[in-house]
Design a protein around this ligand. Structure first.
Ligand code: NOJ
Length: 549
């Protein structure tokens, strides 16, 4: 039998926005436990949970102050243990999010470092460096923080005088760890073991391409910085460096020392599929998010090029691809696909520019059907199964993303894709929080979401939720017949321009990105289509799976 993770459908639980069990307006483990039956019925194989560790929550949990405890916002270790067990009972594996590039500035190590003298052992776990200029008042390099401003913050010495600077590729509250330090390496292997011992099935690695830095700390000068959504180029001083790969060889040995298949998925925004493949050799990580497809416009040639490049390059290292359309950092794809510019690079968020949401949702349904026919695994970002749009009009008073402090932007940056889910009912909190909750959801939900609740869509056979459920059920049956990862993709001569058409095993997949309906081949019946197919004509912006009659 093929390894579970090679073709898994993994549902991303953005825990603070999934389901609130204790009524404080923030999602938590109790809420998630109560919704496990929904996730099992959806037909996914595993859950990836965004960070739930103790954290000041400056960057929604990506600023960890204690990696072995849960933040009280979400629950405690007993809740975590119960969740792991119950998820497994529902047939769902559980993947945590590990944050190795940086800690919180409130982490004990960083507090010790600040309290210790320059050059001390405590400081050697981070990157402290003297400033430039006669009085050291210039940052050590010209590196920018991804959230805006410089990537360095100056410290104050015990005598009150300005001291060294420390590196933070993200917010100043997220100091970067020094991965040449053996204590750092030992500590993270120990953290992995802590959670693996509790039974988790793997880890998503945050900023997996960022851990090591050029020890010479050169300026970027005219080089591109590379951001969270931009690919880093080769020989970069802090992204996608060769030394990082050796760390994952150690991590792989840790994971392989456990029973069952415990796996890693890398969040690596690197230049292209060939750079991703470096992380996925058999002695390194298992999978990585495919951001190429997530960034791709709604265009048949661009999608096909991306699919082919990914399949070719990953086949060479024996790793399965993963296909992703959205996550908690990027605009919801039902909105992206409804704008004139459909690529991530062109669209970013483009708040305030026209969006045809019905078109976006229709394309989103076709896209999810397309990716689920491809070899490899897929990801579902919570709420995409409800066709949720980006929330563009959150008032500035509720914005939480640390991006808001620095960046020129046209809206609530990443908060617009993080609004709490609508489960049921006619008015907020739409079942997100229990009856009698003491606080409203941490971000306000649009009133129109009463049409989009899970409860409403469950009653409607044509809803996006029903489409996901049927799609994932058929996918599972199809894979169950051994047509998974092993069945290669074979492109079919195109029925028309701008139509993606391929065979995998017994199934043909058509996705129509052209301007007119296309005729599907004779002798086949439709297994499932993202829009009604009449007279074997596949409508525009729709996808269908076919099998021989
Ligand atoms: C990537 C995460 O997905 C994002 O949400 C976070 O802000 C950065 N890494 C920093 O940890």
């Amino acid at each position: 039998m093929s390894s579970w993770w090679r073709e898994a459908v993994i549902y991303q639980v953005y825990i603070r926005s999934f389901a609130d069990g204790n009524g404080d307006g923030v999602g938590d483990v109790a809420g998630l436990r109560s919704r496990l039956p929904y996730l099992a019925a959806l037909g996914v194989d595993a859950l990836w949970l965004n960070p739930w560790y103790a954290s000041p929550q400056v960057d929604a949990g990506y600023d960890v102050s204690d990696y072995r405890r849960l933040d009280p916002l979400f629950g405690d270790l007993d809740d975590a243990k119960a969740l792991i067990q119950e998820a497994h009972e529902h047939g769902l594996r559980l993947i945590l999010d590990i944050v190795p590039n940086h800690t919180s500035d409130q982490h004990a190590w960083f507090q010790q470092a600040l309290a210790s003298a320059p050059g001390s052992e405590a400081r050697a776990r981070y990157h402290f460096r003297p400033g430039r200029g006669a009085d050291g008042s210039e940052p050590p390099t010209d590196w920018p923080s991804i959230f805006g401003g410089p990537a360095w913050t100056r410290t104050v010495n015990a005598d009150g005088k300005p001291g060294d600077w420390y590196l933070h590729l993200f917010a100043p509250e997220q100091p970067d760890l020094n991965w040449t330090n053996p204590q750092v390496r030992r500590e993270f292997e120990d953290i992995l073991r802590f959670w693996l011992d509790l039974g988790v099935d793997g880890f998503r690695i945050d900023v997996a391409h960022g851990l090591t830095k050029d020890p010479a700390f050169p300026d970027l000068a005219s080089r591109e910085a590379g951001g969270m959504l931009d690919a880093a180029t080769e020989d970069h001083p802090y992204f996608d460096r060769d030394e990082t790969l050796a760390i994952y060889e150690d991590w792989r040995r840790v994971a392989d020392s456990y029973e069952g298949e415990r796996v890693f998925v890398a969040e690596a925004w690197v230049a292209d599929a060939s750079r991703v493949a470096r992380y996925l050799t058999p002695t390194r990580l298992h999978t990585a998010f495919n951001f190429g497809l997530l960034s791709c416009p709604w265009d048949a040639t661009a999608l096909r090029t991306e699919i082919d490049a990914t399949l070719d390059v990953l086949a060479a290292v024996g790793a399965p691809p993963t296909w992703v359309l959205s996550n908690h950092d990027v605009i919801r794809h039902a909105t992206r696909y409804g704008r004139a510019h459909t690529s991530l690079a062109n669209a970013r968020r483009l708040y305030g520019t026209p969006v045809d949401h019905a078109l976006g949702e229709r394309r989103a349904r076709a896209a999810v059907q397309l990716i689920n026919a491809l070899p490899g695994g897929t990801y579902v970002y919570q709420g995409e199964e409800l066709g949720l749009p980006e929330v563009e009009d959150l008032p500035p008073s509720v914005w939480q993303d640390p991006n808001r402090r620095y960046k020129d932007h046209d809206g609530p940056v990443r908060d617009g894709c993080r609004v709490p889910l609508p489960w049921s009912g006619d008015a907020p909190p739409f079942g997100f929080s229990p009856e009698g909750a003491t606080a409203p959801p941490w971000l306000p939900q649009p009133a129109e979401w009463k049409e989009r609740t899970a409860a409403t869509q469950e009653q409607d056979a044509d809803s996006t939720l029903s489409h996901y459920r049927t799609l994932l059920r058929i996918r599972r049956e199809w894979l169950g017949r051994g047509l998974g990862d092993g069945a290669a993709l074979e492109w079919l001569p195109q029925a028309a321009e701008d139509v993606l058409a391929f065979r995998r095993g017994e199934v043909l997949c058509y996705a129509n990105l052209s301007a007119a309906a296309v005729q599907l081949p004779a002798g086949y019946r439709v297994l499932i289509a993202s829009e009604p197919v009449a007279g074997a004509a596949l409508p525009v912006d729709a996808a269908a799976w076919l099998v021989a009659e």
